[in-house]
Design a protein around this ligand. Structure first.
Ligand code: BGC
Length: 337
């Protein structure tokens, strides 16, 4: 009898403990909220952080998203607050307005594509006077007061494209160049480098240089027009990331893959697909992820008062089908995203 009583006591007590524990657990799960990051809280934590802004040629462009990704990864790693601001579609006025606005906001550094406009140089000088370091990216503006340039040697990359065309083709060639924007300094350099590389070869004739406005549709239209005007065309050279893709679409739709040689720029997935299937023969590789990453690191050094070599060139080379596939690390210039 005593044993039964004792067991009953123990059971009741255990039940009591269990109910208590369960009440505590579910109470916490139900009423516990993670504190939300309010804008004020965010501002407070970013207050001590360096604040940089990256200004691309246009915001929603696959090439610039790679630059952005590199910059964001570096910013995360170094605990920097990074904003990505700029024109929706390539537009110098909007680009300059964005620079003006962020300088007024007294940020700690700006990474921007170089723009060929006297107003750009004035703004960069203004930034320097306010002790805001500027790093140009992808396109340099060597006459401005920018502290450094991170990106491809654009003249050299164009020269490599010309050499590739010489190596990859035989006999007379009638070449059309589709370039991003006539006014953009890096596009001019890519065209000039190409022209210089083929200049000594009589068999190469450049019959047209047309603009795509850095859009695929622009490249499609330009390629169509060129083919109508020059039915004997044998080669295309596209100097910005979406040009080769636009050209390939037109050439494929006309079933002219076997008659036309195409060399493009950059290694966006679609370009690599066209190389894989043989529509595009070669492309000039750039390392936009690495540019973004390194530009952030350069701005950190500049904020520490360090002096930098003004020209910080990232690598460039030409690849063909034989070089595929490219590992993700190689695409980022040896950096792991
Ligand atoms: C250029 C960028 C340009 C992009 C357009 C790249 O090859 O380096 O300046 O904005 O193409 O898609």
């Amino acid at each position: 009898m005593r044993y039964i009583k004792l067991s009953l006591y123990i059971m009741t007590f255990s039940l009591f403990l269990l109910t208590g524990a369960l009440t505590l657990y579910y109470g916490k799960e139900t009423f516990h909220f993670e504190p939300e990051e309010s804008p004020e809280a965010e501002a407070a934590t970013t207050e001590q952080k360096l604040h940089f802004v990256l200004i691309p040629e246009e915001l929603d462009n696959d090439y610039w998203h790679l630059v952005e990704q590199g910059a964001r990864d570096a910013a995360k790693f170094h605990n920097v607050y990074l904003e990505y601001l700029g024109p929706k579609q390539a537009n110098n006025d909007e680009h300059l307005k964005t620079i003006d606005m962020v300088i007024a906001g007294l940020v700690d550094g700006v990474i921007t594509q170089g723009v060929a406009d006297p107003e750009f140089n004035t703004l960069i000088t203004k930034a320097k006077e306010k002790l805001i370091p500027i790093v140009t990216i992808d396109t340099d503006a060597p006459e401005s007061d920018r502290a450094a340039y991170v990106g491809t040697d654009n003249y050299y990359s164009g020269f490599l494209a010309g050499k590739a065309l010489l190596n990859d083709t035989k006999g007379e060639q009638k070449v059309a160049i589709i370039t991003g924007r006539h006014e953009a300094p890096h596009q001019k350099l890519r065209v000039q480098g190409f022209k210089d590389a083929v200049a000594t070869e009589k068999r190469i004739e450049i019959v047209a240089v047309e603009e795509s406005n850095i859009t695929e549709i622009g490249a499609v239209e330009a390629a169509h027009q060129v083919l109508q005007q020059h039915p004997k065309l044998t080669a295309f050279y596209g100097t910005s990331a979406l040009d080769g893709i636009g050209i390939a679409k037109v050439v494929k739709s006309q079933k002219a893959e076997d008659d036309l040689y195409i060399i493009g720029f950059d290694i966006l997935p679609e370009t690599l697909q066209y190389i894989e299937e043989g529509t595009i023969e070669a492309t000039v590789v750039q390392f936009p992820y690495q540019m973004g990453y390194e530009a952030v690191e350069k701005l950190i050094l500049l904020n520490k008062g360090e002096k930098l070599e003004p020209l910080q060139h990232t690598d460039t080379k030409v690849i063909h089908k034989d070089d595929l596939p490219i590992s993700p690390a190689a695409m980022n210039g040896g950096m792991q995203p």
